[in-house]
Design a binder for this molecule. Structure first.
Ligand SMILES: *Cc1c(COP(=O)(O)O)cnc(C)c1O
Length: 371
């Protein structure tokens, strides 16, 4: 199917940036693709499919209940709506028609009010909630989170992500304590996280994952948690959920991907280091370039290649270099968050040894270009 690139005049991509939505996130393994295909090829009683795959996932993860949704963003919006509607049929159908006399504020640490590609606040608003920030840009303690709670609070939302401010930030366990002390549900957005049980076990009421990130499923999302809350999320399929419907193929694909994810041996950080070592050695022979291993800032067992560029010795700055790599053919996408400081990172998980050679060649070309 390489002709697809030709047919639509698309550029091939080397994804050295990790699980990025702008590149299509991940490429599920063959077995998962087969589950997707089976879903496309057959009819089901969809309610039954939703309930029984959810129960199956819940057993796999040893949680009360679960439901497959269309993506993590949809999971946030529907979880918020669930905490406002709480099973009421009128509110379900009239969520946005007019204000309701029930709590609708969603309390979030200010440092968690991030843009993950779309703003968290937009998902809260989609779910009929009003975002209330707690604490400051650089800190939120349990007391500061508590101070933002009022009789209008519907739920607390915690975003577990490298996108968030990490310093002086209360932990998930501390947020659980605050939520329980005020008898409020705690929703944890763990979209890109790898542990599918940790936050539930800590006491979160609903936990949301993105299906195509760590799990490497099809485009989809997972919401798991306490039975009653998951039921209320499912009920949103007759409300806002209809505008973010997941198909039978996504449900079967993610369910199988979760089973595979739990069974498969994860590529270790040490294996990533072994893979990138020849690449690092090659890069270090280039003028103005120094490469080394860097470990994931969020503490996951992921090693990446950090490449530092000495601007004084190079024909372009790092931001320009990132753009030139993306503009090449194939397009090479690296992690460019720190380009303004003269660094890029290469995530090798979806990159073959041959592609690492291509990346090296492209960088060598650019840094040796004459001014
Ligand atoms: C990726 C991400 C999302 C959105 O996930 P989708 O499945 O693409 O909707 C939400 N929150 C965080 C923290 C993310 O990293």
């Amino acid at each position: 199917m390489s002709s697809v690139y030709e047919k639509y005049d698309l550029k091939p991509v080397i994804n050295a940036s990790g699980r990025m939505t702008i590149l299509g996130v991940s490429t599920p393994e063959h077995e998962v693709v087969e589950a997707v295909n089976f879903g496309l090829d057959h009819y089901f009683e969809v309610k039954d499919l939703v309930n029984k795959t959810g129960a199956y996932i819940a057993r796999l993860l040893d949680v009360e209940d679960a439901v497959v949704v269309s993506c993590a963003s949809a999971g946030i919006a529907q979880s918020v709506a669930a905490m406002i509607v709480r099973g009421d049929p009128y509110r379900l159908e009239q969520l946005h028609a007019h204000p309701h006399q029930v709590p609708s504020e969603i309390v979030l640490a200010k440092g968690h009010n991030v843009n993950f590609g779309a703003p968290v606040g937009t998902m809260i608003n989609l779910g009929g909630g009003k975002l209330v920030e707690a604490g400051y840009a650089n800190e939120c303690s349990p007391a500061q989170l508590t101070a933002a709670i009022t009789p209008n609070t519907a739920a607390i939302l915690y975003i577990k992500s490298h996108h968030c401010v990490q310093k002086s930030m209360l932990s998930v366990a501390e947020a659980v304590d605050v939520a329980q002390a005020h008898q409020l549900p705690l929703i944890v957005d763990a979209a890109a996280e790898e542990d599918l049980q940790l936050y539930y076990r800590l006491g979160a009421d609903l936990v949301i994952y993105s299906g195509a990130k760590a799990i490497e499923g099809p485009t989809s999302g997972l919401v798991l948690g306490k039975h009653q809350y998951v039921e209320w999320v499912k009920q949103q399929s007759n409300g806002i959920g209809r505008a973010m419907k997941v198909g039978k193929e996504g449900i079967l694909g993610l369910t199988h991907a979760i089973e595979r994810y739990l069974a498969r041996e994860k590529e270790s950080g040490a294996a990533m280091v072994a893979k990138m070592t020849p690449f690092i050695e090659q890069l270090n022979q280039l003028p103005g370039v120094s490469a080394s291993v860097i470990w994931d800032s969020a503490g996951r067992d992921i090693a990446r290649t950090d490449i530092a560029f000495d601007h004084a010795r190079l024909p372009m700055n790092t931001t320009q270099l990132v753009q030139r790599l993306q503009g090449g053919n194939p397009a090479i996408y690296c992690r460019g968050y720190k380009a303004n400081e003269g660094h890029i990172e290469i995530d090798v998980r979806s990159v073959s040894a041959a592609q690492l050679d291509q990346i090296h060649t492209a960088i060598a070309h650019l840094v040796q270009e004459t001014r």
